[in-house]
Design a protein around this ligand. Structure first.
Ligand code: FES
Length: 168
């Protein structure tokens, strides 16, 4: 492992092994073009997602600020900063969806699931996320559950959409 690497002292044995793998990846990519994206991809593969501690570890060991690493992690939809849940509910807040009430859909989801954006339900079935334009602007506002796109969604439709996935 790189001498530079500073792993969190509270990490368990399995986690320590993961941090060692990550340190090797950082050694491999450091200084190369696009290295942060490559390292974050590898980190997500190793840990399953990109929690704050992992983002901080990457920042500390690659010479970036944590806020920069966090902004990259949350900008790209293929990175997840929360553990994967059985179903991921994404509300589009691109311009068309925002104008047509995307925020109201988020509020309804938060109310029905009792969690905030970026959070998971206690049973790990649902999590709420915001996404950028998914290319269905003509049928805004749009909600995406896993890979399924729901168009022209109204707040009153949200309960029914969730119900379809509860037992799945
Ligand atoms: S803005 Fe939501 S699909 Fe384009």
């Amino acid at each position: 492992m790189s001498e530079l690497a500073k792993k969190p002292s509270a990490a368990g044995i399995e986690e320590q092994a993961n941090y060692e793998k990550l340190a090797n990846v950082i050694d491999l990519y450091s200084g190369k073009e696009g290295c942060l994206i490559q390292v974050l991809h590898a980190a997500q593969e190793i840990f399953g997602y990109l929690p704050y501690e992992v983002q901080k570890y990457v920042a500390d060991n690659m010479g970036f600020s944590v806020s920069y690493v966090s902004s990259v992690s949350s900008f790209y939809s293929f990175f997840s900063t929360t553990p994967r849940t059985k179903h991921e509910v994404r509300v589009c807040l691109g311009t068309a969806c925002y104008v047509k009430g995307g925020k109201l859909l988020i509020e309804k989801l938060q109310e029905l699931l009792g969690i905030g954006v970026g959070e998971a339900t206690a049973d790990n079935v649902f999590s709420i996320h915001v996404t950028r334009c998914v290319g269905a602007c003509g049928l805004a506002p749009v909600v995406v559950v896993d890979d399924e796109v729901f168009k022209q969604v109204k707040p009153g439709d949200i309960a029914g959409i969730l119900e379809q996935y509860r037992g799945k």
